[in-house]
Design a binder for this molecule. Structure first.
Ligand code: HPA
Length: 277
């Protein structure tokens, strides 16, 4: 990562937007609808931003939406970058570093995932308690940026316990059912084989997806507190006698959007953004 390029992107955004975001929100496949609720919104398409990659997946819009949501200043990403699209690791995590420099110290990361835990059902929302980084790589490989964080960052509470407690409270108050569990992040883009799913179950994964883990590592390095919400859009390969499709993923994500929106907004309302400063 070149800190010069990072600074150029940050300066560009600062010139264009009037708010200073406190909370970052990364919206996963089919979950982009939340952007419509942002007040006083200012949008910046990724293609307008210097040094920003452009998102290519269907169902990912590819823009930042800045504004107010549930009383907080947010930087909401409608669309993210995945390793499977051919982006470099640097490109995948670049937006997280940009958000940090813009003032974000709490990040809500959402994704679509396949359910490995046999008690889970498509349409369930899972609060991520921990992850397995199975991408075979790490975004912090290379020289360490000591001004951002340490060479060997601690990952023992990668998903902030207090944010999980807040999310559970919001879910209970709103009668939303939810799960908690471990997300396995793979590189994709092929879905897993049934044998791979049995392996992932054996090593403790509850869900599987193709995003999130790299962004979470970079967020932890930069001392951003993370809440991860996974929408189980399908049962993972081999759990049911049916084939997996991106259409099913998008349909299920769409069908839970109200619960998802309630959860995210409730968390935003209650989260203390100044803590730890
Ligand atoms: N596997 C990997 N990624 C996914 C899945 C899945 O079953 N569903 C949604 N994203």
């Amino acid at each position: 990562m070149s800190s010069f390029r990072l600074q150029q992107t940050v300066d560009f955004i600062r010139r264009k937007i009037s708010i200073r975001p406190q909370v970052g929100v990364i919206l996963g496949s089919g979950l982009g609808v939340l952007a419509a609720d942002v007040k006083k919104q200012q949008r910046l398409h990724y293609s307008e931003l210097p040094h920003f990659p452009i998102s290519t997946v269907e169902g990912h819009e590819g823009q930042f939406v800045f504004g107010e949501l549930s009383g907080k200043n947010v930087a909401l990403m409608q669309g993210r970058f995945h390793l499977y699209e051919g982006y470099s690791m640097e490109q995948v995590v670049f937006p997280v570093r940009v958000m940090k420099k813009l003032g974000v110290n709490v990040l809500l990361i959402t994704n679509a995932s396949g359910g490995i835990n046999q008690e889970f059902r498509p349409g369930d929302l899972m609060l991520i308690t921990d992850h397995l980084n199975l991408t075979g790589t790490n975004p912090l490989i290379g020289p360490n940026y000591d001004d951002i964080g340490p060479r060997f960052p601690d990952m023992s509470e990668a998903y902030d316990k207090e944010l999980i407690n807040i999310a559970e409270e919001v879910a209970r108050k709103n009668n939303l059912s939810y799960r908690k569990g471990i997300y396995a992040g793979l590189i994709g883009p092929s879905y897993e084989t049934p044998a791979e799913i049995r392996y992932l179950r054996a090593i403790g994964a509850d869900t599987v997806g193709m995003s999130t883990v790299s962004e979470v590592i970079v967020a932890n390095h930069a001392e951003i507190r993370v809440l991860g919400i996974s929408c189980i859009t399908n049962m993972a390969a081999g759990v049911l006698q049916q084939r997996l499709s991106h259409e099913e993923v998008m349909e299920t994500a769409n069908s839970v959007r109200n619960q998802f929106i309630t959860l995210v907004k409730g968390v935003l309302e209650r989260v203390n953004v100044h803590e730890g400063l």
